[in-house]
Design a protein around this ligand. Structure first.
Ligand code: WTA
Length: 648
């Protein structure tokens, strides 16, 4: 990090800045000063301006029960109306969702058509399944437009959706269904990947046990493969939706009614259901679309995430539709049929903003460094990254080859819990530096501090915190208010008061720019997916012959981090355990959590009080020399022994 202060600076493209919503650092500072000086006034102004209120709010922010805060109390709205109905007069025929299937099939769904499809879907949920305001609906879907219709249909009738990423196993799905007590699951028979059909419905079948809260399963037919059917429980979407009315009055929702849950990994225990509510979430989703991507009326915006992650929620569905943009949804794999696929899509659909993860950039770079040159990508204006720190070589290739050295790269830092971007360059204003998230987005009071709230010395790593509640902040962990408090507001205080700690470390450079260095807790980031080491360990412990296990992250060229497991067996037979361990992980969590390395060792390095020294294990996984004092360990000799095993 010694060259942190001397990174090359890239200034915004002048032509771009002229037309940008925030076109200079002066404008940026003016907004940030306004927020600092009159926090509630700032947010109240934007909330009035951006949201189509059914009834106006009467109180901007109530912090009296911090960290349980309330934004825009008294306000009534409907998020699906914010995303659809209010655009019908001005842009009814504009494409809302531009879908490209795995096999290249394209659908353009206008705002008018979206209105019809969402209303019919909403009526189906209400009339045939009895879904009411406040009910939880689990969505386990591939990347097809019906996934977005399902989300918006829930929002329309006030049901709380909880999307589970299609790569999770039936066990993981079961846990999430049960924790949320969902009575309905919306799924598909399957979808296509690399031109071949695959199935999702059997995973749902296995997740619904006899004691499951699920009463009904709605199946969207995507590939018409044969799947099992439970009469009275499973229903065909296409059959039921056909005769539904295309008018469904949007439910009047309070600002602080829940909108959705999204389960994410923490450093301890099982995944937690992050809860987002209506007004604050949709406000920030829309504002960051406008500020950070600077999407204009004629633009086509593509975020390559999956709707199963927060990035897909905020920047494929809610943010783009709330602002009336055209959002691209892609079912396939970006490297199929070759690493030119995304660039061909940019050319074919004249895409203006492209948003993806560093892991995808590294793969596309490695598989086809010159592929971007084969396509006309002159429509691109803004490139974005999200999910993990991007490394300078990947950044440089993205900037030069994908963006032809003329597009700003917005390195957006945020989390499931923040709902939308919190630290990011603004493309028309912020001079950018490679691999740097730069500055807080206006309105967000993000700071790097230590546990007592002091700013660390220049160049020293600190804790990345947000010192005031913001509208799209997590409102709770579903069913567990104590965990919400402990997980996010327990570690860091400023002026004696607890503040939100992200779990990430970060460093200021001499210009006050924030570089995020990664998690400080036991959460690892595999291909931009958050994974709690505790979850992987719990899965591995299900193997009969495993006595103890410790999982750490290890730097990985393409994935960012790989999963490295140290396993102590009950009896020493290591012929088939490694394979069996990965089979268990696959069924407990899913392929995304498979271990890259499994090392069998005689014991784990522990302190005399029994705490596993993960720092040592992380160093050993990287092949680093152990320099720290290990004499205080319960059994220092295990370190040399593990070192030997790792080398082999
Ligand atoms: C990491 C994804 C560095 C970080 C939106 C955070 C990043 C976690 C960046 C959240 C970035 C996300 N630079 N690290 N630009 N963006 N992260 O909840 O560790 O899936 O805490 O949300 O990803 O992951 P999550």
């Amino acid at each position: 990090m010694s060259d942190l202060h001397n990174r090359k600076v890239y200034y915004p493209n002048e032509e771009f800045s002229k037309n940008a919503r925030i076109g200079s650092m002066e404008e940026y500072k003016k907004l940030q000063d306004e927020a600092t000086n009159d926090y509630e006034g700032f947010w109240s102004r934007h909330a009035k301006d951006k949201i189509d209120w059914i009834e106006p709010f009467t109180n901007t922010l109530d912090e009296s029960n911090f960290p349980f805060v309330k934004w825009f109390e008294g306000g009534k709205l409907n998020v699906s109306a914010q995303c659809i109905d209010r655009h019908l007069d001005t842009r009814g025929d504009k494409t809302a969702i531009l879908f490209e299937g795995d096999r290249g099939d394209v659908q353009r769904i206008s705002y008018k058509e979206l209105h019809v499809r969402v209303n019919k879907f909403a009526n189906l949920l209400k009339e045939d399944f009895g879904v009411k305001k406040g009910d939880r609906v689990v969505i386990y879907m591939p990347m097809i437009p019906e996934a977005a219709f399902a989300m918006l249909a829930c929002a329309r009738i006030g049901a709380i959706h909880s999307i589970v990423f299609g790569g999770f196993s039936s066990e993981a799905l079961k846990d999430r269904i049960e924790d949320a007590k969902a009575k309905v699951v919306i799924t598909a028979d399957g979808a296509y990947r690399k031109e071949k059909p695959y199935l999702l419905k059997p995973v749902v079948d296995a997740a619904i046990t006899r004691t499951s809260p699920v009463e009904k399963v709605l199946v969207v037919e995507r590939n018409n493969e044969k799947v099992d059917w439970v009469d009275g429980r499973d229903f065909s979407y296409h059959k039921l939706v056909e005769n539904k009315s295309d008018e469904c009055e949007p439910e009047v929702m309070d600002s602080e009614d829940p909108l959705f849950l999204l389960y994410t990994s923490g450093s301890t225990g099982k995944p937690k259901g992050v809860q987002h509510n209506q007004a604050g979430y949709i406000l920030w989703a829309q504002m960051t679309m406008e500020w950070v991507f600077d999407v204009k009326e004629q633009d086509v915006f593509w975020c390559t995430a999956d709707v199963g992650w927060i990035t897909g929620h905020t920047y494929i569905v809610y943010g783009p539709l709330a602002m009336g943009a055209t959002t691209v949804m892609f079912e396939g794999v970006i490297t199929h049929p070759d690493a030119g696929r995304p660039w061909k899509m940019v050319q074919d659909h004249k895409i203006n903003q492209f948003y993806t993860a560093p892991t995808a950039i590294r793969v596309l770079h490695k598989m086809g460094a010159d592929e971007p040159l084969k396509y006309d990508m002159s429509t691109l204006k803004v490139l974005g990254t999200v999910g993990e720190p991007i490394d300078p070589p990947a950044w440089k290739w993205y900037y030069e080859k994908v963006g032809s050295s003329k597009c700003a790269i917005v390195d957006t830092y945020w989390q499931t819990e923040t709902g939308g971007h919190v630290i990011s360059p603004l493309p028309g204003a912020t001079p950018i530096k490679p691999a740097c998230a730069t500055l807080p987005v206006p309105g967000i009071m993000a700071e790097i501090i230590d546990e007592e709230g002091n700013t660390p010395e220049l160049g020293e790593k600190g804790l990345l915190c947000i010192t005031r509640p913001w509208p799209s902040m997590i409102r709770g962990v579903w069913g567990d208010p104590d965990r919400f408090k402990k997980a996010y507001f327990g570690d860091v205080k400023k002026n004696g008061k607890p503040v939100y700690f992200t779990g990430d470390g970060a460093i200021y450079d001499k210009d006050g720019y924030i570089t995020v260095t990664g998690r400080t807790d036991d959460v690892i980031n595999v291909s931009g997916h958050r994974m709690g080491t505790a979850e992987v360990e719990a899965a591995i412990l299900k193997h009969d012959n495993v006595a103890e296990v410790a999982v750490v992250g290890k730097p990985h060229d393409l994935k960012g981090e790989g999963i490295f497991a140290y396993v102590v067996l009950k009896c020493e037979e290591v012929c088939k355990e490694a394979q069996e361990i990965n089979t268990i992980i696959k069924s407990e969590i899913g392929n995304i959590a498979l271990c890259d390395d499994i090392v069998f060792c005689p014991g784990l390095p522990k302190t005399r009080s029994g705490k596993i020294m993960r720092r040592i294990l992380r160093s050993l996984a990287k092949g680093e020399e152990i320099t720290q004092d290990i004499s205080t360990l319960e059994d220092p000799s295990v370190v040399a022994c593990i070192e030997e095993k790792v080398k082999n």
